[in-house]
Design a protein around this ligand. Structure first.
Ligand SMILES: [Zn+2]
Length: 669
């Protein structure tokens, strides 16, 4: 109760919950008309809030799309044009930095490595939970977010939470019961799972009594092609299948339910949330507040822009940019496209040849918006482990290390080349799944249609290497290095081929070339160290191997390689320390146990060595060189019968390498 004369406290600003649904098409939610969808929680939220029926993402790629959501800027302005090799400049304000300076407690919970804090979105968050190796399922992300909410709800400061769910991204593999509920539509099963997760988080808001004091926004970062226009997933095109996203804002008791048919943009969401929360506008934002529109106003944005530089960065094909006014949509491609979305929402009838004046007007609008330039490119170097992680998430090849030249004949048009792109994806998958001959055949087919394609080239080289055709692979990697001159990886792979051919000098020279391009290439240091150790240049070798470990301290195999070199150099104490660390990292590593045995044998502690060898062989019975060393150790212990049994096993096994088989036969005489 307020005593007479006291003044009402300033109203506490509302909490803000922002949920981004990765790879979620608007038209696969119930509230956007999909009758087969099972999205009761999102549908209920939509019925209580404002639904933007035609919201357009800025890019069909996770990181650029999210940076646009947070800065209210188009990618040509904030400069993040791709995943992995771009990051947000720390000079640009974001929704999170604005809310934190307004006194909000802030936390983010992301579900995929592509949104790791290294890419610049963590600024402004008190807590940025990116404890994700590649991706994490929505239930774990939601659990972390709900815990944080419970811990912070009672503190009295307004809260801003961002929760990112990645489940709808391919591969589609929904957990039960959604797998069973959607036997033929796994993508929709993933969306249904995410809907259930959203419901779980909203329940927590309800349980804490926060619903009326919280603005809840849900938005897709981009959609998914699902084979429309020949594209399986997203990235290559800017059609509505990937640009049209669900977008809704609910604030119980403050924002009456409404459906807004006007075209709006994902970049409008942050300005809208700040406006609704009575906060100052975001400096530099190109988006505008939709608060008036949400309250029944009529004036929305004039146009919506979308872009993808994915075709350029990955394939050296033309980037695509689109502009639309809600009805007419223009795509600036080598063969320009114009669609009347009012009668052709699937963008099947290209009207550009019939409507040159409209094309010219939209092209002018596009040039006016972008200044006729590509815009800001906020690049960052790409680490090898990043490249590997991105590749594991399906971002094949993980982008260029320096775009090749513009071809004399101009860029190729992605819509003519999507078949080649699909071929390269298939070829890459075949090589990854140990079907290199098939991968080679498909990659050659792609190269016949696009001879300078760097990705098809490296996939072909990998396929040749996997088949043991090292000389062919070297020639193909050299071709790749011509196309992508800044690729340290190309030289490293050539070095691997030379080392398998036994040509140590050339292998070392290629690692020198790799390290000249990228001095932090751990695998290049590691192989170079191994090669030098084989040459007896042990001090240099140890230095190289230590550099590799310094770059990748948690790589157990690097430590085992170093331990091996140290054993050869007679530096057993140091070797033992490396083995111990390797075993801590990987207690079930046969290589680590074998190295541990070698250290013990070096100290003439043969009983301990035999026990470690046995442990290694239990883990990897196919390690014939380890078995041979084990048998030698048994001999030294006087356990001749057991030693003979091991030698016989090696001598009689056709799979044993001939040199080990012969050595075993020698010992049996
Ligand atoms: Zn995404």
């Amino acid at each position: 109760m307020c005593a007479a004369g006291c003044r009402p406290a300033a109203p506490t600003p509302p909490n803000i919950l922002l949920i981004t649904l990765d790879t979620t098409r608007a038209d696969h939610l119930g509230t956007y008309g999909d009758r087969e969808a099972r999205t009761p929680n999102l549908d209920r939220l939509a019925s209580q809030g404002v639904v933007f029926e035609h919201a357009v993402a800025a890019a069909p790629i996770t990181l650029p799309a999210h940076v646009s959501l947070f800065t209210g800027m188009y990618p040509f302005m904030h400069g993040v044009r791709n995943n992995g090799n771009f990051s947000l400049s720390d000079r640009l304000p974001t929704l999170a930095t604005a809310l934190r300076s307004a006194g909000y407690g802030t936390a983010a919970f992301v579900s995929a490595f592509v949104l790791d804090q290294r890419y610049g979105l963590a600024r402004g968050f008190d807590e940025y939970d990116d404890r994700v190796s590649l991706e994490r399922r929505g239930d774990r992300t939601i659990a972390a977010a709900a815990d944080w909410l419970t811990a912070h709800a009672a503190l009295g400061t307004p809260l801003f939470m961002w929760v990112h769910l990645y489940d709808a991204h391919d591969p589609y593999d929904p957990p039960p019961p959604f797998r069973e509920l959607f036997p033929d539509r796994a993508y929709d099963g993933e969306i249904a799972f995410d809907d259930a997760m959203v419901g779980r988080l909203l329940d927590r808001f309800d349980a804490l009594g926060l619903r009326r004091s919280t603005i809840i926004a849900v938005v897709g970062d981009h959609g998914e092609s699902l084979a429309e226009h020949g594209e399986a997933t997203h990235g290559m095109f800017v059609y509505e299948s990937v640009l049209r996203v669900p977008m809704m804002v609910a604030w119980q008791g403050h924002l009456p339910p409404r459906r807004v048919p006007a075209v709006v943009r994902a970049i409008d969401l942050a300005p809208t949330l700040l406006d609704l929360a009575s906060q100052p506008a975001l400096p530099g934002a190109q988006g505008q507040s939709l608060a008036a529109l949400a309250r029944g106003g009529r004036i929305g944005p004039e146009s919506a822009y979308g872009e993808t530089y994915f075709p350029l960065f990955y394939m050296n094909w033309a980037p695509l940019r689109s502009i639309q006014d809600g009805r007419w949509k223009f795509i600036d491609a080598p063969a320009p496209e114009l669609y009347d979305l009012s009668i052709d929402p699937g963008e099947q009838m290209n009207l550009a040849p019939l409507e040159p004046a409209r094309v010219a007007a939209l092209r002018r609008a596009l040039d006016q918006l972008t200044g006729g330039r590509a815009g800001v490119m906020s690049r960052r170097p790409i680490e090898r482990d990043t490249a590997q992680k991105l590749a594991a998430l399906g971002y094949i090849g993980a982008a260029e290390s320096g775009v090749a030249r513009t071809p004399d004949s101009g860029w190729r048009d992605p819509k003519d080349m999507i078949g080649v792109f699909n071929q390269i994806r298939r070829a890459n998958a075949a090589v990854e799944q140990r079907r290199p001959a098939e991968g080679e055949r498909i990659a050659r087919g792609a190269l016949a249609r696009d001879p300078d394609n760097a990705f098809a080239t490296i996939v072909l080289a990998n396929a040749e290497m996997e088949q043991g055709r090292y000389r062919d692979a070297i020639a193909t990697y050299r071709r790749y290095a011509e196309l992508v001159p800044l690729s340290a990886d190309a030289h490293h792979r050539i070095a691997v081929c030379f080392s398998r051919l036994g040509d140590v000098d050339r292998a070392v020279a290629e690692e020198d070339a790799a390290l000249a391009i990228d001095p932090r290439d751990a695998e290049a240091h590691e192989l170079r160290g191994g090669l030098l150790a084989g040459r007896g240049r042990l001090d240099e070798a140890v230095r190289e191997l230590r550099t590799a470990i310094e770059i990748e301290p948690v790589n157990a195999l690097f430590r085992i390689g170093l331990a091996r070199a140290l054993i050869t150099a007679g530096r057993l104490d140091e070797a033992e320390a490396e083995v111990r660390r390797a075993l801590e990292l990987h207690p079930a590593s046969a290589d680590a146990h074998a190295a541990s045995a070698a250290v013990a044998a070096g100290r003439n502690r043969f009983a301990a060595a035999a026990a470690e060898y046995e442990q290694a062989l239990r883990l990897r019975p196919d390690y014939d060189d380890v078995r041979f060393d084990f048998a030698r150790t048994l001999e030294r212990l006087g356990r001749r019968e057991e030693a003979a049994a091991e030698y016989r096993r090696l001598a009689s096994n056709a799979a044993t390498p001939p040199e080990i088989r012969n050595a075993a036969r020698q010992r049996l005489r």
